[in-house]
Ligand binder design. Structure first.
Ligand code: MF3
Ligand code: CO
Length: 248
């Protein structure tokens, strides 16, 4: 069942969204060669607490951290680690905050120092996939319409879209219906309605889309070892167009 949110409830969701956005603004300047993703994790725990929010992912299906830190060929759900980031790495930091009983969910990909042309292009195209998805997230379009344009944009640039991890509805729970990959066909899937709140979070690989899981049961990597990037926003569908609740 898709839980529609009233205008008041959408307004209540802004707080969690803005905390997540402020977190990303804060870490953008911290990410450089030598910092560890465990330091970012510790900053996240403190930042959420200071802003009156809960780290929603801690204990979620046993996930142990407030952030996911996915470096290079890691697609998503990487564990923060004490290994310093190196010049040329790309790292996606994902965070989910709970404030006033509502969830905000946003991931962002960061370059560590100077990165390769391929990495820069992957980040650029992945961010464009998010932006194009948001532009098409209007009442009356179906999820398949939105994801078709996302997929087409990625593939036109020679990249691939991860199939196995999904975007989702957001509300009092992190994962609500609907759930959907970032590939699709026009005219397919649920129709977007006023009051839906959901994520667009394309995971785009420089090589093939296939994914494998590490022995830790969380870390998802590209099978071919190619780079992967992700950008994610939580947005509300309204009659006046999408409201990006996690806008930075
Ligand atoms: N932003 C992620 C998502 O969209 C958060 C999941 S992290 C988890 O699903 F590890 F807690 F599952
Ligand atoms: Co999400």
């Amino acid at each position: 069942m898709i839980i529609l949110k009233s205008r008041t409830e959408i307004d209540e969701m802004r707080k969690a969204g803005q905390i997540v956005a402020a977190f990303h603004k804060a870490i953008a300047g911290m990410i450089r060669p030598g910092i560890t993703t465990l330091e970012i994790e510790k900053f996240a725990v403190r930042f959420l607490k200071e802003n009156g929010a809960k780290a929603h992912t801690i204990g979620y299906n046993g996930y142990p951290y407030a952030t996911c830190a996915s470096v290079n060929d890691v697609i998503a759900h990487g564990f923060p680690s004490d290994k310093p980031l190196q010049e040329g790495d790309i790292v996606t930091i994902d965070i989910v905050a709970e404030a006033d009983g509502w969830i905000g969910d946003s991931a962002w990909c960061y370059a560590v120092g100077q990165v390769s042309d391929e990495a820069r292009r992957l980040m650029q195209v992945t961010k464009e996939c998010l932006d194009i998805g948001i532009q098409h997230a209007v009442v009356g379009n179906r999820i398949g319409d939105v994801m078709h344009v996302v997929q087409t944009h990625a593939e036109q640039h020679g990249f691939s879209v991860v199939r196995d991890l999904l975007g989702h509805g957001v509300g009092r729970e992190m994962h609500e219906e609907p759930n959907y990959p970032h590939v699709g066909k026009p005219g397919k899937g649920p129709r977007l309605k006023e009051g839906m709140v959901l994520t667009i979070e394309p995971m785009i690989n420089a090589g093939q889309y296939h994914m494998k899981m590490d022995a830790d049961g969380w870390t998802a990597r590209t099978v071919d070892g190619s780079l992967s990037a992700q950008y994610e926003h939580t947005l509300a569908i309204t009659a006046d167009g999408p409201i990006v609740l996690t806008a930075q």
